[in-house]
Design a protein around this ligand. Structure first.
Ligand code: FPP
Length: 239
């Protein structure tokens, strides 16, 4: 319950970022196709979005597709693109009803036209909301983001002496958004894999053995507890 959590753990994070990993292995262990794993992955996305609303976490970032994911077999890439496109259309009403603002980070360049349209449509339909900001990383890679930022700064001819961290932050895809307080990766892999490298400078890192399709509200509560535990330790060190 919300009251329990906020009483026990006054330090709730403002921004959680998930690297959704393990859809393929989840499916393989059950003798199912990888595509079935991704379908169940969407169900887990909904679980986590609902939990973020329930526990009033204002920012949630989900890594759906990396620049490197384009190297997967074309049929799987195409399936993931269609799944993202369909999910955005399907959940549009849910976003509006719950006051969820949708943002995308990454490059739309290589994405199919339908997905580009779905992203633009969802962003426009939800831009005034603020109950929860859901940031989905699609065709995102931190190195590509940093190149984009440098190009933007050079294009504006900003003088060398005027470049601060704020200048750089203002040119990242995440401009205007708070840094993640904690980055969580599922499936037992312990790497950031080119995800939010600069924004992760002070983030807590948390690795779960759970495969993404098995992630639910209970997992989310465990994440909040882990965050609170670490924050409490930090407080003790500072005192
Ligand atoms: C990682 O599992 C998961 C992905 C690459 C895709 C995640 C995307 C979704 C769940 C759809 C998101 C949709 C919306 C609307 C945000 P994996 O395939 O890398 O698993 P494996 O490492 O076990 O092979």
């Amino acid at each position: 319950m919300m009251s329990d959590l906020s009483t026990d753990y006054p330090n709730l994070p403002k921004h959680l970022a998930f690297i959704m990993d393990g859809n393929g292995r989840w499916a393989k262990e059950r003798g199912l196709s990888r595509t079935m794993g991704h379908r169940r992955g969407v169900r887990a996305v909904k679980n986590i979005v609902k939990a973020a609303l329930k526990y009033k976490i204002p920012y949630l970032t989900l890594y759906a597709f990396s620049t490197e994911n384009f190297n997967r077999p074309p049929a799987e890439v195409s399936f993931l693109m269609k799944l993202c496109t369909r999910s955005m259309g399907k959940y549009k009403k849910f976003f509006i009803k719950n006051g969820i603002k949708f943002l995308m980070i990454g490059s739309v360049d290589r994405l199919p036209k339908e997905l580009q349209l779905a992203i633009g449509d969802l962003r426009d339909a939800t831009e005034t909301f603020s109950e929860l900001t859901l940031i989905v990383a699609i065709n995102y890679g931190a190195r590509a983001e940093i190149i984009d930022a440098i190009r933007g700064i050079v294009r504006k001819k900003i003088p060398e002496s005027g470049i601060t961290w704020e200048t750089v932050a203002d040119h990242l895809h995440t401009r205007g958004l708070p840094d993640p307080d904690m980055i969580i990766r599922t499936s037992g892999e312990k790497r950031l894999s080119n995800f939010l490298l600069l924004q992760a400078a002070y983030a807590e890192l948390h690795f779960l053995d759970t495969y993404w399709p098995d992630v639910d509200e209970k997992t989310f509560i465990e994440v909040l507890r882990e965050y609170a535990r670490r924050n409490r330790r930090m407080g003790i060190v500072q005192r």
